[in-house]
Design a protein around this ligand. Structure first.
Ligand code: CUA
Length: 376
């Protein structure tokens, strides 16, 4: 084996530095880089951003002072050919003390907002919390809403203006839940609960990412946070409450549920008149897909009911998969083409995923796609 010394590969001089800086600055554009923590959209995210800002300005001040002094010394005290030997000194205790004290004071100044931020983000928020259970799986996210007895996957729906408390754990290994514009990272462990809270102030679809290496598809363990107005969120909840093969206990017609906007009530959904609410009128593709969903064993790992969904299934809940922006945990846009490709060859799209290639033909994939697409 041939090894080059590390020093030979280390970039030196101003050009790599400038390139690095340019690269770093391109990260600031929110359109091309939507996973930026520098444009926070919630109270929690602003706490972290505020600490980052303060640290940055302290560091900028130090940089200007130190580099300025360095440049001044380089030019002002530059050696010339005829210069005599400079005076040899051992050191200067006063200066040593000063330049030990100054960084200590700066660190103390940064520690104040940092420690405050740690306590603020770790506290239990008060008020009408919307509790959502977050379960990490290799490699997708399960979201359960105990308040509404609803389950979904990979697309977290939240109302704006109401504090959401995420109660998180993992089904397998350690993951980390990170929606950069909404909140900081929070590790997700098996056998232990962690909490994360935030109050989103803007509606929109915001990407998030698993931020702890959790296996070969860690990079494709993404999710979306869909924040919407309380009214829209209520409508989503009411709609989701109709997605089940049977009416859930407590979801009878005329029942009311708590609204997202804190405390009030909205009319509950009518109990579905027929068992399968996703069924379009007499679509042969749908009927074929429905039959294949059972025959190919899909039903063993995926639930199609949002209400009263079973715990502990291996695959993501698909009750509203037809309406999601992405499939495969944020990895593929939810187009018909991608959905069919995924159904046929999950292993070539996301190697190592627990869903095997099931030997589905192109025609079968089309039927399964039609069936799943109808589940919105
Ligand atoms: Cu889950 Cu990385």
């Amino acid at each position: 084996m041939h090894h080059r010394p590390a020093a030979a590969r280390r970039p030196t001089g101003p050009v790599p530095l400038l390139l690095l800086l340019a690269l770093a600055l391109t990260g600031c554009g929110q359109d091309r880089y939507p996973q930026t923590a520098l444009q926070p959209l919630s109270d929690f995210a602003r706490i972290g951003d505020h600490i980052q800002d303060q640290t940055f300005y302290w560091a900028l001040g130090v940089f200007i002072l130190v580099e300025g002094a360095l440049l001044y010394a380089i030019f002002r005290f530059r050696g010339r050919p005829d210069d005599p030997e400079p005076a040899q000194i051992h050191g200067n205790t006063t200066i040593e003390i000063i330049w030990t004290l100054i960084p200590a004071l700066i660190l103390a100044a940064i520690a104040v907002p940092t420690v405050k931020g740690i306590f603020e983000t770790g506290m239990t928020p008060s008020g009408q919390l919307l509790k959502i259970e977050v379960i990490g799986h290799q490699w997708w996210w399960e979201f359960r809403y105990p308040e509404y007895n609803l389950t979904t996957a990979n697309e977290l729906h939240i109302p704006t203006g109401r504090t959401v408390e995420l109660l998180q754990h993992s089904n397998d290994v350690v993951h980390s839940f990170w929606p950069p514009r909404i909140a900081g990272k929070r590790d997700v462990f098996p056998g232990r609960q962690t909490r994360l809270w935030f109050k989103a102030d803007s509606a929109g679809l915001f990407p998030g990412q698993c931020a702890e290496f959790c296996g070969i598809q860690h990079a494709r363990m993404a999710f979306q946070v869909r924040a919407s107005s309380p009214e829209e969120f209520d409508a989503w909840v009411a709609h989701m409450r109709t997605l089940g093969p049977r009416p859930a206990a407590g979801a009878q017609a005329g029942d009311s549920l708590k609204t997202a906007s804190a405390g009030g009530t909205v009319q509950g959904p009518q109990a579905p008149a027929q068992a399968d609410t996703a069924r379009p009128a007499a679509d042969p593709e749908y009927a074929k897909g429905e039959q294949l969903f059972r025959a190919k064993g899909c039903i063993g790992c995926h639930s199609l009911q949002a209400v009263d969904a079973p715990h502990g299934l291996i695959g993501p809940n698909l009750a509203n998969v037809g309406a999601r922006e992405y499939i495969a945990a944020g990895w593929l846009k939810n187009t018909d083409e991608n959905l069919e490709h995924w159904i046929r060859e999950p292993q070539s799209l996301k190697k190592g995923v627990l869903m095997p290639n099931l030997g589905v033909t192109a025609d079968e994939a089309k039927a399964l796609r039609a069936y799943l697409r109808a589940h919105k």
